[in-house]
Design a protein around this ligand. Sequence first.
Ligand SMILES: *Cc1c(COP(=O)(O)O)cnc(C)c1O
Length: 219
Amino acid sequence: MVHEGLKTVLDGVLRATQAAGRPAGEVNLIAVSKTFAAPDIIPVIEAGQRLFGENRVQEAKGKWPALRMRWPDLALHLIGPLQSNKAAEAVQLFDAIHTVDRPKIAQAIAAEMKRQAKPLTLFVQVNTGREPQKAGIDPGEADAFLARCRDVFGLGISGLMCIPPADEDPRPHFDLLREIARRNGLPKLSMGMSGDYAAAIAAGATHVRVGSAIFGKRD
Ligand SMILES: *Cc1c(COP(=O)(O)O)cnc(C)c1O
């Protein structure tokens, strides 16, 4: 079955990957289904998409367990901010968390992964634009925070994530994220959304998070 939004984005991801001279399959498309309910999500699953992203634990809890029963090979990534009192639920529901950004949450995730014996793929969110209202570790503190995750909390961090300022050219932010990842030996980069995933892929993204270009406008 074909889903037009998904097909358009998959074609775009493939074109951008080839244009960057990168191997096809190196870029993972996360279909961001926040605010959409099962009737909108199921056609995307039936078209073959298996990796989805949600930004709220509560919302994900309401819709994904039933979908996962039907499609056991689905994967779900948390891409929104996490409170430490939701860490247990988050570790239970998700396969990856993209928003590790402070010691308290790193510690809570580490404790829950151990308690549930469930390893997750983890990304540290970096506030590349140093926007006061935005989550993420300050770029100048990223190296120290990554060392602390590893040495103090025993957390294996796989990559970095950023959300560039809405009104700026995202490319310097993608380049900054890639540079911080490179010097810390991290292979994964979660960057790029509906409006800029091609630029993110050119800059080395391994995970693009695309919502509205697949599902349509959110209310
Ligand atoms: C909503 C969201 C996206 C997807 O945004 P679109 O512009 O709809 O593609 C990506 N990343 C995060 C963190 C989001 O919250």
